[in-house]
Ligand binder design. Structure first.
Ligand code: FRU
Length: 498
């Protein structure tokens, strides 16, 4: 039996979703069917398709009592909306069905695990709940919440305890059944990851604190993921209230990846390396899935809590998912490249070799324009001894608006700036990263899709993601080099033919 609240959401989204034309949405990035979307949830492969659930408030373009939206796809680029999967219709989740994950049970049923948010007077409780179903309709388990505050270790907040990510035991220590990682806050205001285990997905037992923050990474962590990749264990999370550290971590809400090893006996994780997952303005709460052919693919929410007001109140949809990115390790770092299925849909439009830019003149290259474009550049100085100061690419340009990506080879600083994108808010519009390795010769690849840019630096060694909501009529792309003897670039522009 579906609740009235869920049925209302389902009929509302059907009508509201129809009013949004495909042209108003990105070409291949998933956005909410209508209303508001935040984190990816339950990203999985089931029933012969990729399943993506998401944090969802169908009724407005701002956050509200969280539902779970649902879409599926064969290739992670073409999405079909399915009916809203969960509504906050129980006492234990009355203030929201927060983020979580999915698993297919041995009998073929789909299990969703999520955080029930329940306010009681001034107090706020977050507790883990499950729902089972056929992949479209789900029934909340009568024994919910399956993990409440009584199962928490000492020094664990009962309020900040959320975002369960189910893992298969066979991917770690071996054996049947499940692990689950959830994030929590310690008494001294650090994020920590709690590890639970279960034989059947319904009865859960606390195992250990898998990773504990030590003051370096914000005050609370959100949306954990944990998996093996190329012989290492990788932990992903999105810390809140970060202090900046050089150009690696920005202040505010950010992303963190720890690479290390896991002792399967003690389930103790040893950190060997840490880095940001994405260095741009808008990337948060990513989840990964393993494809049937063994690739580890990540999708994040292409927005930042600190800058949500960039989207107008009357926008038909708010919140986009990132491009699906294949993860790989290189020299101990987590790297990302666009999904193979996306690459297969690209066709070369135009290319230029050794194009020289100098004197600060911004110019267009014939054939290089548009809001859906895959643009690669290899940039080097014309004269090492007379180094250019800045190379700049402006896109989504009309006479008045543009968003700019600029590179300063001296310090290796890559900057994204959407101040002139048409935003009317005094919010975060710029973000920087420092390019690793060779600063003189840099490769930049911009994946543009109407309202976003994802910049893959040096083959995916670093990625910078930013959303912008400039009117779609702004299609120009310009490039130029400032200072010194200028820069030369090989430029390749490819069309998305999907
Ligand atoms: C992260 C987050 C999660 C929470 C959800 C609520 O973006 O804050 O921790 O479950 O969003 O919508």
């Amino acid at each position: 039996m579906q609740s009235q609240m869920l049925m209302d959401a389902r009929s509302y989204e059907q009508e509201a979703g129809k009013k949004i034309t495909p042209e108003q949405r990105p070409a291949f990035h998933l956005v909410s069917r209508c209303g508001w979307m935040n984190d990816p949830n339950g990203f999985s492969y089931a029933d012969g398709a990729y399943q993506m659930y998401y944090q969802y408030y169908p009724y407005a373009s701002h956050w509200g009592p969280m539902h779970w939206g649902h879409a599926k796809s064969q290739d992670l680029l073409h999405w079909e909306y399915l009916p809203c999967a969960l509504a906050p219709d129980m006492q234990y989740d009355k203030d929201g069905c927060f983020s979580g994950s999915a698993a297919t049970l041995p009998d073929g049923r789909v299990l969703l695990m999520y955080t029930g948010e329940e306010k009681r007077g001034q107090a706020e409780f977050q507790q883990q709940c499950v729902a089972v179903g056929d992949g479209v309709d789900f029934e909340k388990y009568a024994g919910n919440p399956v993990i409440d505050r009584t199962k928490l270790p000492a020094d664990a907040s009962t309020h900040h305890f959320r975002d369960p990510k189910i893992l298969l035991k066979k991917d770690f220590a071996g054996g049947d059944g499940y692990y689950m990682v959830a994030v929590n806050q310690t008494g001294d205001k650090n994020g920590q990851v709690l590890l639970f285990s279960s034989e059947d997905g319904f009865q859960w037992k606390f195992e250990t604190v898998l990773i504990r923050g030590d003051g370096r990474f914000g005050q609370m962590w959100e949306c954990p993921d944990f998996f093996s990749l190329d012989g290492k264990e990788v932990f992903l999370t999105s810390p809140q209230d970060m202090l900046p550290e050089g150009y690696e971590y920005h202040c505010g809400d950010g992303t963190l990846c720890m690479v290390g090893t896991l002792d399967h006996e003690t389930m103790h994780f040893t950190e060997e390396h840490n880095q940001a997952i994405d260095y741009g303005i808008d990337f948060y709460a990513p989840q990964t899935v393993q494809t049937p052919d063994g690739r580890r693919v990540m999708i994040g929410w292409m927005q930042n809590w600190d800058a949500c007001s960039i989207r107008d109140e009357d926008a038909p949809w708010a919140g986009q998912m990132s491009l699906p990115r294949e993860l790989f390790m290189k020299d101990g770092r987590l790297c990302q490249r666009p999904l193979q299925e996306y690459e297969a849909l690209l066709e070369e439009r135009v290319s230029y070799e050794n194009e020289v830019f100098a004197g600060g003149a911004m110019r267009e290259l014939e054939g290089v324009s548009g809001r859906v474009l895959d643009l690669s550049l290899e940039i080097s100085p014309v004269d090492e001894a007379d180094l250019y100061r800045r190379f700049e690419i402006r896109f989504a340009c009309d006479g008045k608006h543009y968003t700019a990506l600029s590179y300063e080879p001296d310090e290796g600083i890559l900057r994204i700036d959407r101040s002139f994108s048409g935003s009317r808010r005094a919010i975060l519009h710029q973000q920087c990263c420092q390019v690793n390795g060779d600063r003189r010769n840099v490769q930049l690849r911009l994946v543009l899709d109407r309202y976003s840019v994802e910049v893959f630096v040096n083959g995916g060694d670093q990625v910078m993601t930013t959303a912008f909501y400039t009117d779609l009529s702004a299609e120009g792309i310009q490039m130029g080099a400032f200072g010194g003897a200028g820069a030369r670039a090989d430029v390749l522009a490819c069309e998305y033919t999907g």
